[in-house]
Write a protein that binds this ligand. Structure first.
Ligand code: NAD
Ligand code: ZN
Ligand code: ZN
Length: 346
């Protein structure tokens, strides 16, 4: 199979011919139809974070396609295309959460994303920048008929992550939600914030991304290169929730300062070098501010994301690329030139 491989952290990826992996016990083999490029894959390939992946590895955690084969202990009913008795079309999505233990306090309470024994697709195990990938049968999520593989790919991380961020922020109608960074994640965050009735302010540095945010229903757009987002958001009444999806510590500081009393700062973006921000204690206490870290979403969250999309409630903005374009695609994302998401098609 063809795969894009990180051979050395910080070096361009190599396209290699590798043997198709064999599904082990409890695993499925997925034939990739679409595989999204998440900014996390760039952080992974660059070794940006305190916990580094070990090369060589195949990145990618937005992989979608039919199950081609199953390992020991997995029902062969999963294999191939077609309707299932429960109406599910035979495709699955491979998310960031490659597996979790299933028995710890987090796993049994619907917080498997916090499991301390988790495995991460495209980071601690090979991921989806390849024609085939193996994955834990219990971790993959069925993709319903009404969702194309091309759309399902960005929903598998960008969708579920921002959906969960809006959930944990407990947004209620008529609250103002500021979205800092309207790239792959942000273009979906704008839509989920609106779905729950929020007024949305979109903040980015790129006019085209702000234009897209406006088209997707943002009520206010702010270019942080030319305007102070804190001032602009305060003029509009301040933010009740600020979700930060930019890989820039500055955006986190601005998001914090744009909050109203009772405000919630949701940290999602993961800037390099374990960046930190200054959270003034007095102000945080007296204003009743919450600071929340949010990591992807559960399998149930992803099913909900797919159901909303199948019902026509969300729009995925993505452009197709070939796997051979992986290095140019990374540059496009880093340069802010991608409209929203890039998706490798096979
Ligand atoms: P992206 O590159 O598509 O989008 C980032 C956006 O932020 C771009 O539109 C960029 O122009 C904008 N931006 C950059 N600096 C800014 C600033 N100072 N102010 C406002 N906007 C700014 O990336 P993405 O795929 O959407 O991922 C975003 C971040 O989220 C990455 O750090 C990624 O690793 C992280 N992430 C976290 C989770 C999680 O579960 N917490 C999941 C997926 C991705
Ligand atoms: Zn991701
Ligand atoms: Zn667990």
């Amino acid at each position: 199979m063809k795969a894009a491989v990180v051979t050395h952290l910080g070096k361009p990826l190599e396209i290699q011919e590798l043997p198709v992996p064999e599904p082990g016990p409890g695993q499925v083999l997925v034939r990739m139809e679409a595989s999204g490029l998440c900014h996390t894959d760039i952080h992974a390939a660059h070794g940006d974070w305190p916990v580094k992946p070990q090369p060589p590895f195949i990145p990618g955690h937005e992989g979608v396609g039919p199950v081609q084969a199953v390992g020991e202990g997995v029902s062969t009913d999963l294999v191939g295309w077609g309707h299932r008795p429960d109406g599910v079309w035979g495709r699955v999505a491979i998310p960031w959460l490659g597996s979790s233990c299933g028995t710890c306090r987090y796993c049994v309470s619907g917080w498997e994303t916090l499991c301390e024994s988790q495995v991460n697709s495209g980071y601690s195990v090979d991921g989806c920048y390849a024609e085939y990938a193996v994955a834990d049968a219990g971790a993959v999520v069925p993709v319903p008929e009404g969702v194309s593989s091309f759309d399902a790919a960005p929903l598998t991380c960008a969708g579920v992550t921002t959906y969960k961020a809006i959930k944990v922020a407990r947004v209620v109608p008529a609250e103002r939600v500021a979205i800092f960074g309207v790239g792959g994640l942000g273009h979906l965050a704008v839509q989920y914030a609106r779905l729950v009735g929020g007024f949305v302010t979109a903040v980015d540095l790129e006019p085209d991304k702000l234009g897209l945010a406006h088209k997707l229903g943002a009520d206010q757009i702010v270019n942080a290169r030319t305007h102070d987002p804190v001032e602009e958001i305060k003029k509009a009444g301040g933010a009740d929730v600020a979700v930060v999806l930019a890989a820039s510590a500055k955006a986190f500081e601005q998001a914090y300062r744009s909050l109203n009393r009772g405000g919630r700062l949701v940290m999602v973006g993961l800037p390099a070098d374990n960046a930190s921000i200054n959270v003034p204690i007095f102000e945080t206490v007296l204003s009743g501010i919450s600071v929340i870290g949010s990591i992807v979403g559960t399998r149930q969250d992803l099913s909900e994301v797919f159901a909303l999309h199948a019902a026509g409630r969300t729009q995925v903005i993505a452009e197709p690329r070939r796997l051979e374009q992986v290095n140019e695609s990374f540059d496009e994302v880093l340069g802010g030139r991608a409209e929203a998401r890039l998706v490798f098609e096979f």
